[in-house]
Design a protein around this ligand. Structure first.
Ligand code: TYD
Length: 217
């Protein structure tokens, strides 16, 4: 077992993942410092996080392609990130937080593109690392769509997808996450930023720090 920890943050569009990843990173860094541990907290994103995976990300977010190519490119970007960044860091005791991981493939490709058996086969072959902890920030579809419309960023191919796809992804995410074990903490992202942060910090205190201490022994 690795010495560090791997944490993923998943969520519906507009659920505030980025804000909460920043909160999580600084809270964990502070906790490591208090414990006198020299290890650090690294954040990354899937797809992305390495030069190669960022190149794939650009293609994935901008070019039209068949669902199979999409699924395989997400798997390739993720494997590169795992090999180049995640495994070396957690093996040396660091904490890695990833903005999205394979649970997003279930939501978008298995449910959204209706490729469940293909996703399962790819997972079986590629065997991406299973996060030690996952935060899932969920929102009702209507709130998610409202928040996305208010965003200023340039929209990508997935943001432009039709309502049918978005609905399948949205409901699929909830269904997939409800089938996972205790690695996942479900958070109601309709709460204020502050309330969500409090819940995240509480989980860090109660579950994540004790797990890290155990590994460090
Ligand atoms: P990103 O900018 O990370 O999305 P957001 O800001 O909404 O979190 O873009 C990643 C997009 O890729 C997002 O729309 C979800 C999609 N995606 C998949 O379809 N499958 C996957 O396995 C992953 C990781 C992401």
């Amino acid at each position: 077992m690795h010495k560090g920890l791997f944490i993923s943050v998943e969520g519906h569009d507009g659920s505030g993942k980025t804000t909460q990843i920043n909160v999580l990173q600084s809270y964990l860094a502070e906790a490591l410092n208090t414990l006198g541990l020299k290890s650090g907290v690294v954040t990354t994103r899937d797809p992305g996080g390495t030069e190669f995976s960022e190149e794939i990300r650009k293609i994935l977010l901008n070019s039209d392609m068949c669902s199979w190519s999409e699924l395989l490119l997400f798997a390739a970007a993720r494997k590169q990130l795992e090999t180049e960044v995640i495994l070396p860091r957690i093996e040396t005791g660091h904490i890695v937080i990833s903005d999205r991981w394979f649970d997003s493939t279930y939501a978008y490709q298995a449910y959204g593109r209706e490729l469940m058996s293909e996703v399962e086969e790819i997972m079986h072959v590629v065997k991406p690392i299973v996060p030690d902890f996952t935060f899932f920030l969920s929102l009702p579809l209507i709130d998610s769509m409202d928040r996305i419309t208010l965003r200023n960023e340039t929209a990508d191919r997935f943001d432009h997808a039709d309502l049918e796809f978005k609905t399948k992804v949205h409901n699929g995410f909830i269904e997939h996450m409800s089938k996972q074990d205790q690695r996942v903490l479900h958070i109601d992202a309709t709460q204020s930023i502050e309330e969500v942060s409090v819940q995240i910090k509480q989980h860090v205190d109660e579950q994540i720090i004790p797990a890290l201490k155990k590994r460090m022994q």
